[in-house]
Write a protein that binds this ligand. Structure first.
Ligand code: XMP
Length: 322
């Protein structure tokens, strides 16, 4: 399949783009039904609004509660969309995802387990339940670039890897944002009437908190990294960075608490300055902020005795840990 032609944020006419893509979606789906999975990120949020403009009630939007999202996300995102007139059904799928991740430790294997669970199990069930033939999704050009370059298998890229979704999963995939990068998607999301809390939202990876657990992704490890993420997001809310994240390490180190030895967990903090995620530098965070973060992590996150700040650049680092 030829690479989609890039539309840069500068050259993007949002109204024209929205009209053109809505017409394309309507033409492809006809009078049938399509589904989409909303994660609350800017890409899937823009696709949800675009799909609703194009198809109205013939688009069914689901939030997949896969157990690896941030604290309170399913309800918060469903309520934002309710105010915009879009009904979102929350689908409980924790057991499917934790089952698929059990015993899996390799980074690409984890990504693959999540992809397969979404597309082969959860979306396939939803397609059956709704009678849909199409899945609308928010793949962007950067997702394709990284996958094709063989750096990280992005959770939502198939055709460029020679996988035909119709054959592999039993439904067709429509990708209206595939010519855009993140800055273009933000403009489209704003033009579609989404609130700033969504169109300015920091990127969050498809594999969610699983991208931030080194080693096995268990409910216990996710609970630790979820709590660390809540603290990080509170403390860095005023910091103008491209993206920040807390990562849970697999190996333990000796600590001490209440005069007793504690062989405890380690949290690594990353905070990136970047334009487009292709290159990134660590933000020069104020040391006072780092100290406060460290104090809260060791006090409020059970079992954590070590907190580090990553000062490497991308490349050779990548932004997420897996
Ligand atoms: P890396 O870790 O590759 O991350 O330097 C670059 C940007 O991409 C995000 N990311 C993903 N986004 N699906 C996504 O939708 C994925 O599988 C995925 N993996 C990484 C990451 O959060 C960062 O913004």
């Amino acid at each position: 399949m030829p690479q989609a032609k890039e539309i840069t944020a500068d050259s993007l006419d949002t109204n024209e783009f929205i009209q053109e893509k809505s017409a394309e979606i309507r033409k492809a789906v006809g009078t049938g039904i399509a589904i989409n999975a909303l994660s609350g990120g800017v890409d899937s949020s823009a696709v949800t609004m675009l799909g609703h403009r194009a198809l109205g009630r013939n688009l069914k939007t689901y939030f997949i509660d896969n157990g690896i999202m941030r604290e309170g996300e399913p309800e918060r995102i469903a309520s934002i969309f309710k105010k915009l007139g879009v009904d979102v059904e929350i689908i409980g799928a924790r057991d499917d995802f934790f089952g698929a991740l059990k015993g899996v430790t390799g980074p690409e294997e984890k990504r693959e387990a999540i992809t397969q669970t979404f597309y082969k199990k959860v979306f396939a069930d939803l397609v059956k339940k709704s009678g849909a033939k199409y899945l609308l999704q928010g793949t962007i050009l950067t997702d394709i670039d990284e996958t094709v370059a063989g750096i990280k298998r992005q959770h939502n890229v198939f055709e460029q890897l020679g996988i035909d979704p119709q054959e592999a999963f039993g439904y067709k995939i429509i990708e209206p944002l595939v010519q855009l990068r993140k800055d273009g998607v933000r403009k489209v999301a704003e033009a579609l009437g989404l609130p700033a809390s969504i169109f300015n939202r920091m990127p969050f990876p498809g594999p969610a908190l699983a991208a931030r657990v080194i080693g096995e992704v268990t409910p216990e490890n996710i609970a630790i990294v979820r709590k660390a993420t809540s603290i990080l997001e509170e403390e860095l809310a005023a910091v103008n960075a491209f993206q920040y994240m807390a990562i849970l390490h697999n190996d333990r180190v000796t600590g001490m608490r209440d005069n007793k030895r504690e062989f405890g967990r380690q949290i690594e903090i990353r905070c990136w300055d970047s334009i487009d995620a292709r290159k990134a530098k660590p933000s020069r965070l104020d040391f006072g902020i780092l100290e406060k973060l460290a104090n809260r992590m060791v006090t409020d996150v059970p079992g954590v005795v070590s907190v580090t700040y990553n000062i490497a650049t991308k490349p050779p680092s990548t932004m997420e840990a897996i």
